[in-house]
Design a protein around this ligand. Structure first.
Ligand SMILES: CSC[C@H]1O[C@H](OP(=O)(O)O)[C@H](O)[C@@H]1O
Length: 364
């Protein structure tokens, strides 16, 4: 996507085809900085510290992390150890395991001397596939927005989104925001309610940054305002992303998504989830019982960072010293609250039959 007229993706190789560069998302929106990943440990740290985040981008970064590992030591044991280190960074987004399994399977069937080149090439294919998938998600989702615009007889379609499932969460285009970009570029009148998304505020800092750069009308709101807006007819549809969706359509996404789905259900607001098939975990059905929910450190709750009036980036404490805090990063929305899944192959019901009809080759 474009920032100040310059085209960017979130991850790229440098000229020597070995070192990996990423946008440091912990510095946005106030600083645009990049980070260089020269080793597998650099890649693991970038995922763990959320320099890169978002399920598809975590998967691609993990794949390049494995390529960096193979370049350092292509032996079976070193590849296996690297996979374990990368998998241990963040447990919820299934794309990480999906990408590592795909690259590792390729490497273990190749001669050690060929492994680094194979890994870089496969990581590049995963990245290119992600761009194509997200563009297709955008096309399928844009049709839903255009239909809503027709019902609105030219009035802007009000779309609520939670967290950041834009191009910063993928290699390009995004998932939940891809339909918005495609529809807006085609002239559909729309406006986006941007949930700030406590505690890390990916909505306030990343989604707002993306929409401002793209010139999409939007309003940042407190997480707790969504239900009120829905009760007053100010939300025409909800589109969010996901970090792991089960074969039965249960959707794991940023903490707070479940509450938005309940409010949407209570107010008859269509609730869509946008995802590439790489985010579907075909091994499990019951998301509430089986998806591991990452719990991050309490400091993300007790402290908040931002820019001071003088332009410095600072962190301040919002809780009294001594008050304990806990920080669950995701929750699970049962498929019964999901109107539809917007995938690269089209829109389907958030059910086992809906997904298996669209992906018979993957459903097993
Ligand atoms: C397209 S995946 C976006 C997904 O990832 C975010 O989580 P995090 O920022 O912690 O990686 C959030 O759940 C988004 O919906």
């Amino acid at each position: 996507m474009r920032i100040n007229g310059q085209d960017f993706q979130t991850i790229w190789l440098d000229a020597d085809g070995r070192r990996v560069h990423v946008i440091d998302q912990t510095r946005l929106p106030h600083r645009f900085e990049t980070s260089t990943l020269a080793t597998m440990d650099d890649a693991a740290k970038a995922i763990r510290d959320m320099i890169v985040r978002g399920a598809p981008l975590i998967g691609v970064t993990g794949a390049y992390g494995l390529a960096l590992a193979a370049a350092a030591d292509p032996a079976d044991a070193a590849i296996a150890a690297a996979c374990e280190t990368l998998l241990a960074t963040r447990p919820t987004a299934v794309n990480l395991r999906w990408a590592l399994d795909r690259v590792q399977a390729l490497l273990l069937s190749a001669a050690p001397a060929e492994r680094a080149a194979l890994a870089y090439a496969e990581a590049g294919r995963i990245a290119d596939e992600d761009v194509a998938c997200c563009a297709a998600i955008g096309d399928h989702g844009a049709a839903l927005i255009r239909a809503a615009a027709e019902r609105r007889r030219g009035e802007p379609v009000n779309i609520l989104t939670h967290c950041n499932a834009g191009w910063l969460a993928t290699v390009d285009w995004g998932t939940a925001l891809a339909p918005i970009y495609k529809a807006a570029r085609a002239g559909a009148p729309l406006h986006v309610w941007v949930d700030e998304t406590r505690p890390r505020n990916q909505g306030a800092s990343l989604t707002a940054f993306e929409l401002l750069s793209e010139g999409v009308p939007h309003t940042v709101i407190a997480d707790n305002a969504g239900g009120h807006l829905m009760q007053h007819g100010l939300v025409d549809l909800v589109i969010v992303g996901t970090d792991r969706t089960t074969r039965s359509g249960d959707v794991c996404n940023k903490i707070g998504t479940y509450l938005k789905a309940l409010a949407a259900h209570d107010n008859g607001v269509p609730f869509y989830v946008a995802l590439p098939s790489s985010t579907i975990d075909w091994r499990i059905a019951d998301g509430v019982a089986e998806i591991p929910i990452e719990e991050r450190g309490p400091r993300e709750v007790t402290h908040i960072s931002g820019r001071t009036a003088e332009g410095a980036v600072a962190e301040v404490q919002v809780t009294p010293e001594g008050s304990p805090a806990r920080n669950w990063a995701f929750d699970v929305t049962p498929g019964r609250y999901v109107t539809g899944l917007i995938t690269e192959r089209g829109v389907c019901a958030a059910t086992e039959s809906g997904l298996s009809e669209l992906f018979p080759d993957l459903a097993g």
